[in-house]
Write a new protein. Structure first.
Length: 299
């Protein structure tokens, strides 16, 4: 009888329920060297320890823009002015809602279900409790026919009940309030792991434009792709599998600079290093139009 070795579960177990990586994967040496390099250079640590630019360190934004351009390969390189550095994906979502929604004007928040559970709490804390609506998905992603019907009903219901109350927030430079928020994780969705097709993504952008909706994309898992076939090379994981919604909005049908629009766009990409390096590293970014990022930075 052959003895089967018993693995040390304390060393090999990865808790997939909570999304915690194995402790051996935390890049502590890289982070220690990076921190030392910054703290020994007054050109870096003085600006880092003070308030700094609203949009974040321009060096980080410049490098990040180049990295995102290399991975997502949009037809035009990403300008660093499209990027605002933040304290991670959760803070991103809370700040986005603070700046770009108004409980007196925003009709509903549409969530592709099943959805990330903590997003609902953040939306409720933004004064949108009671306005959360679910949208189903199928094999191609979000059900656009269902969403269009429900958006139409919401607008008609608002008209019939004279729900045209003025927003609670005062008008301010670099701020606007969207009529609807659509929350989705289009690539490797949490928790369904689905991948929204290109056709659905284009359709969602067009629908958002019709109904003055902001599509908030948690693009936090795009970089966690690896080839499914053993014959594939690692090189296949260095490029996005499908264009992001924020890039589609940037170029589709004249893009975000087409005549007659305000320049804020209808899609924002929510990114974070917390999903790439370590959960406790609370650093992230949002990418949208230059007007959108500037407005967020001045919140």
């Amino acid at each position: 009888m052959t003895n089967t070795p018993v693995l040390d579960q304390a060393l090999t177990r990865i808790d997939l329920h909570r999304g915690w990586p194995n402790a051996s994967l935390i890049p502590s040496n890289l982070l220690r060297h990076a921190a030392s390099a910054v703290l020994f250079n007054s050109d870096h640590y003085i600006s880092g320890m003070l308030y700094g630019p609203n949009l974040g360190d321009p060096r980080l934004r410049r490098v990040l823009a180049a990295w995102l351009t290399g991975f997502f390969a949009p037809r035009v390189p990403i300008n660093q002015e499209r990027i605002c550095i933040t304290g991670g994906a959760s803070q991103n979502l809370g700040t986005l809602l603070q700046v770009y929604t108004d409980p007196g004007h925003t009709l509903a928040v549409w969530l592709v279900v099943p959805c990330y559970m903590l997003a609902c709490r953040i939306m409720e804390d933004a004064g949108l409790a009671g306005k959360l609506r679910s949208v189903p998905e199928d094999a191609e992603g979000i059900d656009l026919a269902y969403l269009e019907r429900e958006l139409t009903k919401a607008e008609e219901g608002a008209k019939s009940t004279s729900n045209t109350a003025k927003g609670y927030k005062s008008n301010r430079l670099n701020r606007k309030s969207y009529r609807h928020i659509i929350y989705t994780v289009p690539t490797f969705s949490n928790p369904s792991s689905s991948l929204m097709t290109l056709g659905r993504r284009e359709g969602l952008v067009r629908l958002a434009r019709r109904f003055d909706a902001l599509v908030v994309c948690d693009d936090v898992y795009d970089f966690l792709y690896w080839p499914a076939r053993e014959s594939s090379t690692v090189e296949g994981s260095k490029r996005a599998v499908i264009p992001r919604l924020v890039d589609i909005d940037r170029f589709l049908d004249g893009g975000t600079n087409r005549p007659g629009v305000d320049g804020y766009g209808n899609v924002v990409s929510n990114g974070t290093f917390s999903k790439i390096l370590a959960p406790g590293l609370r650093t992230g970014w949002i990418e949208g139009t230059e007007s959108f990022s500037l407005g967020l930075s001045e919140a």
